[in-house]
Design a protein around this ligand. Sequence first.
Ligand code: SF4
Length: 451
Amino acid sequence: MNVRDSEQVAQTFTEAGYTLTQDEFEADAILVNTCSVRDQAEQKAIGKMGHMGSHRQKKPHVVYGFMGCMAQSRGPELFKKVPHLDVVVGTQKYHKVFEYVDKILKNRLERRMDELKLSMSGESICDVEEEKGSQNTIKDHLPKDYQATAFVSIMQGCNMNCSYCIVPDTRGKERGRPIPDIVKEVEQLAAKGVKEVTLLGQIVNLYGRTEFDRIEGKSPFVQLLEAVHAIEGIKRIRFTSPHPIGYRQDLIDAFCYLPKLVSHIHFPMQSGSDRILKLMRRPYKNQKFIDICKAMKEARPDLAITTDIIVGFPGETEEDFEQTVQCVKELEFDNCFVFRYSQRINTPAAEMEEQLPEQVKEERNQRLLEVVNELAQRKNHALVGSTQEVLIEGPSKSNKETLSGRTPQNKIVIIEGDAERMTGQILRVKIESSTGFTLYGIPELTEETTA
Ligand code: SF4
């Protein structure tokens, strides 16, 4: 979601004639989009911003800004932590970032030209207000060299109340975009050659529940899936992340009659212990989560499921942890992102007694990772010798000489080939080998691959 928000901000700058650079030494404005999910991420962002302040020595006009979740939750306090900071913009104001930065930058450059003594005082801007309709502002995309896939933000906010999570504070209440607006955005992406869209929301399956009606027993989310499915040129649809609450039969059924829905869901489990789920204020039992996974696998027998799990939540006993391990083994996830519990200020879990020592969290993290990695690697290895349908996304990040793509199950496949010609194609690829999390293959010869 942060990547998508950053893209929106970047797009507003390029539209106004600015050039993007990844090189902080070149930049006239340095913006950091921040995450508050873990304390470590906040500390890293503050540290990095502090370090980058040195660019002012050579370029006194440089504008520094924090945006996103940490900006939202900490607001003006950040100016004390980072004295050279100019702009703090919250999660409902991404569309204002350009205006604020451009204004300060132009002021400073004009003052330099007039040979006025540069004074930065009184220039800082903090905007962390709520804004009605702000969910509709994340809708533009940057042109890219290779674009087979795109993220589409369909909603903002979350009405849940998980005791460890700061998102309801930083992102506000659930607010969905209208279906016609989302369809228009996806149609524009399809016209640019995008083949796969990933619909994004904090609880994506609850999209529109407070604004739009169920129609013929179908939730607004399923209605949206049907509308996106009908768009010509779009071959694959993904979404992230769903929640067990509101994961109803209409969504399970959609996997039977909407073939463009890929055979993969990322479905956060968080814990396999009912006692811990309750402490986490996740209002369902683990059995419900298991039942949904099983129903989904019946609807789509080749479905891959990945998940998020928190270990070392306050009060987690060895028995609770073991229930999580057993559930991972039972459901045989294709991959899990395992997080050590991290105390977030202003969350109920941070105040709970029985916080666990870091050593215990780390030990459980490692034990669970062993199980997760063994499962993931076994599953990937079993694909060696099979033929997979791979959407080629462009040059591989780790080796630009090769191409990277994904199977419907979201497995990364590396092939050799020509990025110009093959990006955006869905190829049948014979899997030759696996190195745990990555598959390597050779495309079957077709007119397209040989052209
Ligand atoms: S569902 Fe829970 S963990 Fe997810 S964003 Fe909402 S409050 Fe946070």
